[in-house]
Design a protein around this ligand. Sequence first.
Ligand code: PNW
Length: 480
Amino acid sequence: YGTYGKLNSNEFPGDFLLGTATASYQIEGAWNLSGKGENIWDRYTHTHPELILDRSTGDVACDSYHKYEEDVALMKKMGVQFYRFSLSWSRILPTGFAYQINPDGIRYYNDLINLLLKNDIIPLVTLFHWDTPQPLEDLGGFTNALMVEWFEDYARVVFENFGDRVKLWLTFNEPKQTCHEGVGGDNKAPGYESSGIGDYLCAHNLIKAHARAYHLYDKEFRPKQNGSISITIDTSWMEPGTNSTADKEAAERKIAFNFGWYADPIFHPNGDYPEVMRKLVPERSKKEGFRRSRLPEFTKEEVKYIRGTFDFLGLNHYTTLLVKDIPEIPISGKPSVDKDSRTESWHDPSWPPSSAGWLKVVPWGFTKLLVWLKHRYGDVPIYVTENGFSDLGEIDDQGRVNYYKLYLSAMLDAMYEHKVNVKAYAAWSLVDNFEWRDGYVNRFGLHHVDMNDPGRKRTPKASAEYYRKVIAARKIHGID
Ligand code: PNW
């Protein structure tokens, strides 16, 4: 795998930010307390317990709604510089619409933000981490084009209430999980299973909603509040399965369909969906007998409106896939994004595992991805907003310590050897939390949370101590 893995420097630049991350549904609990409305994850876990590995819910989760002071104390102890958390739309707007604002929701986030600032921890706030208000989902959620306006209204409430103190914003976390897995499949809420149709429609509206919120901030709030705003998109690195030209092209296609789908319209200088998608989706749609392409089109004005709606690039990254070319996928069954992409992907069996089947430890893939981002999107500042490792919750979590050592080192390689402009890094996650379909089985926390204890006792793991040392020394080697 070439020269990746060689270390030039092991220090973080002076202005580099080290932090940690969580998301509202995964940690807050208090699902129906203090005026919060129902969201799609409340509905999904309550009506389909069999879809969650341990039949659990986020009803209480880490109870961070009541225990946020403890969470901030844990962060203070580690010395993190920023905390990435998400707002529960339904806690702020119980019906999803902006005509009814829940004062307790506003108070909760004000308390959290004020406490962070008092402790010199910068808040990085995600407006949406998958928990659509149920009343909006009942109207089609992101498959309804009006979602663009509803999201704008919500964003306005958020900027008005918190923008005087919050200077770093993310509109959406990982549109792929909302649209590809939640609408295209059933691996995430709401689980429509409208593959190859609903997922494209969802992404189309979500990207427009992002751009709307960006322009709102840019025009009406930035002049006074002076912050930065972007979106976070996730991808695995896509490595060609063999050296053949066909597989190399397949890996490029795969990352276009997996990441470029959401990123190109916003970050690519030309805007719009990747060319390969605009070619392959209409072609296959036609062969399937559709009268028009399943991929919606942006108008010229929309392309211009969406292009450039970022102040930095938010990236979530965990692992790598091998990709091979599938030249001919027979026309049968439901359409799908994967069929459109004419690729197949898998893991090299020699890659070290985690407790989650999808997450293998492949640090050189992180370096390659960061270099690829620079080539495709130019010298944009990159904020790594999630990276982490799953196990079954051990306190002496040497697997996680090892993962962070390797991935932080791979990131520094990209920065020093390849001059990639990485500015911030957030470890996923501050605490063990509700890991979506995996419930509380697979855990990502730097701190253990006892889910059987009504007090949800937090215990630092070896990785929390490791991260504390990294942050104190601002380097990754020779700190033990
Ligand atoms: C992220 N992949 O999702 C989410 O933002 C978090 O809420 C979640 O807890 C965390 O990862 C761990 O799963 C991803 O396959 C899930 O590359 C899978 C992938 C990437 C991100």
